[in-house]
Design a protein. Structure first.
Length: 289
């Protein structure tokens, strides 16, 4: 298979249409269809299902797309770097929300002070989205929870944080609780795909009772405001909640039978080509963990 096959396949997936892919790539529609058939023949599997004049990517197609996008992005990256080996390249870093709020500003400020000539782009999103962007080479590095697809990545521990439960000061609950008791309270949680939500769900799965989730949100601030108004119990990292505990009149509910420690990892793709700028950032992070 050639890069041309992968470019055609990626375009068809993105546009969900052979016709539109052909137009974008200035190709005849039959040539695009033939390239897809060649791919399916080579891998001996269906990459698309054709129903009601629409294309639906199969599970095998989704797996191939991950590799195709990564290969194409690395090809472009290698071309740019080798054309000017001395150039200063941008470093693209993604972190989950908890790390992004608590530690990222200080980390980036320290890096800029030491390497002011290196441009840096940061993205704060949930751990699942950061991982997907690393696989597709939309980001160079991530600082997240341990990846859910570790076979693709190199991961180095860079820090820990404690997960705690808080409620409003006038919430009708004593100062401590067992995890089983905590589940019976109305819960305020991050959205699916976030690292803190995954940690909470892993804990909840140990118990048979189904939790009462009254609110889930991508916005940490909205969860804190809801907690302050007595809507329920909020589970987040201590470093994120501490600045709000006094100003928003939140108090911690001590969990007596569980210690929830969240670990952060410096993550990048195993096939990632690291430019000089990227190596500088990597060394800085690992020296300052």
């Amino acid at each position: 298979m050639t890069l041309r096959h992968l470019k055609i396949f990626s375009a068809v997936c993105r546009l969900e249409s052979i016709t539109l892919a052909a137009e974008e790539m200035n190709m005849a529609q039959p040539a695009v269809s033939y390239a897809i058939r060649e791919l399916e023949g080579y891998y001996e599997t269906k990459l698309f299902e054709r129903m009601n004049r629409r294309l639906y990517i199969t599970e095998a197609g989704e797996q191939l797309l991950i590799y195709a996008d990564s290969i194409l992005a690395q090809f472009d990256e290698a071309r740019d770097v080798l054309r000017d080996i001395q150039m200063v390249t941008k470093v693209r870093v993604g972190t989950n929300a908890s790390y992004g709020i608590s530690y990222l500003p200080q980390l980036i400020a320290g890096f800029k002070e030491e390497y002011g000539q290196i441009p840096i782009y940061t993205l704060v999103d949930n751990s699942r989205q950061i991982e997907e962007k690393l696989i597709r080479n939309d980001l160079d590095f991530g600082i997240t929870d341990y990846p859910s697809n570790p076979q693709f990545f190199r991961s180095v521990p860079v820090g820990t944080d404690k997960m705690i439960a808080v409620c409003s000061s006038d919430y009708s609950w004593q100062g401590s609780a067992k995890m089983e008791e905590l589940i019976e309270m109305p819960l305020l949680l991050r959205e699916l795909g976030s690292g803190s939500r995954s940690m909470v769900e892993a804990l909840l799965s140990k118990y048979k009772k189904k939790p009462e989730i009254v609110m889930e949100s991508i916005s940490i601030r909205s969860l804190i405001e809801a907690c302050a108004k007595g809507m329920g119990v909020l589970l987040l990292t201590k470093s994120v909640l501490e600045p709000y505990m006094k100003s928003h009149h939140l108090r911690e509910i001590k969990i007596t039978d569980e210690s929830i420690v969240r670990e952060y990892y410096f993550v990048y793709h195993k096939s990632k080509f690291l430019t000089k700028s990227m190596k500088c950032f990597q060394e800085f992070v690992l020296e300052n963990r």
